[in-house]
Every structure is written in structure tokens, then in C-alpha cells.
Design a protein around this ligand. Structure first.
Ligand SMILES: [Zn+2]
Length: 84
């Protein structure tokens, strides 16, 4: 199944322009925002199953219209609407 990436690597200028977090994984080139299908919760749940350390999705502020995945040095999961 194809996955759709709405945002990948960002320069600092780009990250600031879109209101990205100061330490966003997008700045390191390992953060992506997924849109489309399957559902955002299914993407977040599958990412957890497959070992992603950085998962932000529905229920986390500003993440109801995509699921963010990355590989941060420490685990940071939050998608409360999905039980994560
Ligand atoms: Zn993101």
C-alpha cells in the first residue's frame, strides 16, 4: 500500500515557517508526516509495532490531520485518540 508524505526534511527556515517544534525530527531528515490512507490511527499503531521511537498523531496538538513518524534518541509517543 503506498503511503503519502506531506512533509519530510525541513531547513530551519522552513521548520520555523510551518510552526515546527524547535527540536523537530524533520530538521534531522528522519521525520515524516503521513497523510491519506490507511487511517492516521492505523499508521500510528503500525509504526509503534515496527519500532519507530517518535510517533505523534490524532489527539496530540496539531496532529489530527496527519501522523508524524521519526526516530528520536528517546521514545516519544503521543496519539491519545488512537490509544497511544
Ligand atoms: Zn511531523
Amino acid at each position: 500500500m503506498p503511503l503519502y508524505i506531506s512533509s519530510g526534511f525541513r531547513s530551519y527556515a522552513c521548520n520555523n515557517a510551518v510552526g515546527g517544534a524547535a527540536g523537530s525530527r524533520h530538521l534531522y531528515g528522519d521525520g515524516v508526516d503521513l497523510t491519506g490512507s490507511p487511517s492516521f490511527c492505523r499508521m500510528a499503531q503500525q509504526a509503534r509495532y515496527h519500532g519507530f521511537t517518535n510517533i505523534l498523531g490524532p489527539g496530540y496538538p496539531a496532529h489530527d490531520d496527519h501522523t508524524h513518524l521519526g526516530n528520536s534518541p528517546s521514545q516519544s509517543w503521543s496519539a491519545p485518540s488512537c490509544g497511544i
